[in-house]
Design a protein around this ligand. Structure first.
Ligand code: FES
Length: 143
């Protein structure tokens, strides 16, 4: 199984690992395929993600995709974070081996869960459809 240089970089030195004690939104999701878990913390100010951290009991691919995903949403509006797909994250990493695509789903789902938690805690109305995770996202970049 071959990992791209970018995947290795983000796996060996992942960005935004940890916990935000006073997070505005927390999302925890599990991967049905392997049982791994991902926790995502967001700090939100005026609709902008000012800080993000993650913790995972996931594999190298889950760590690399979360590292990249958190880089991609930091400083961005919530609306943009909700549009981030695992496919876009995989592309930003120059691909993942096909058998590892399911690992990249954790980051996307955890971000969505954390945003939803923030909306729920603050009584902000939202469209359910934004949070539906579509399994058809789950095709990756061919090696
Ligand atoms: Fe579980 Fe990768 S094998 S997240």
């Amino acid at each position: 199984m071959e990992y791209s240089e970018k995947v290795m970089e983000h796996f060996v030195h992942p960005h935004n690992v940890g916990k935000i004690e006073d997070a505005d939104g927390i999302g925890e999701v599990g991967n049905a395929k392997c049982g791994d878990i991902m926790k995502m913390y967001l700090k939100i100010d005026d609709g902008i993600i000012t800080d993000v951290k993650f913790n995972t009991y996931g594999c190298a691919s889950a760590i690399a995709t979360s590292s990249m995903a958190t880089d991609l949403i930091k400083g961005k509006p919530l609306s943009e974070a909700l549009k981030l797909t695992n496919k876009a994250v995989v592309e930003a990493l120059d691909g993942l081996p096909a058998v590892k695509i399911h690992c990249s789903v954790l980051a996307e789902q955890a971000i969505k869960a954390a945003v939803r938690d923030y909306y729920d805690k603050n009584g902000i109305e939202y469209d359910e459809a934004q949070f539906h995770f579509n399994e058809t996202h789950e095709h990756g970049v061919e090696e």
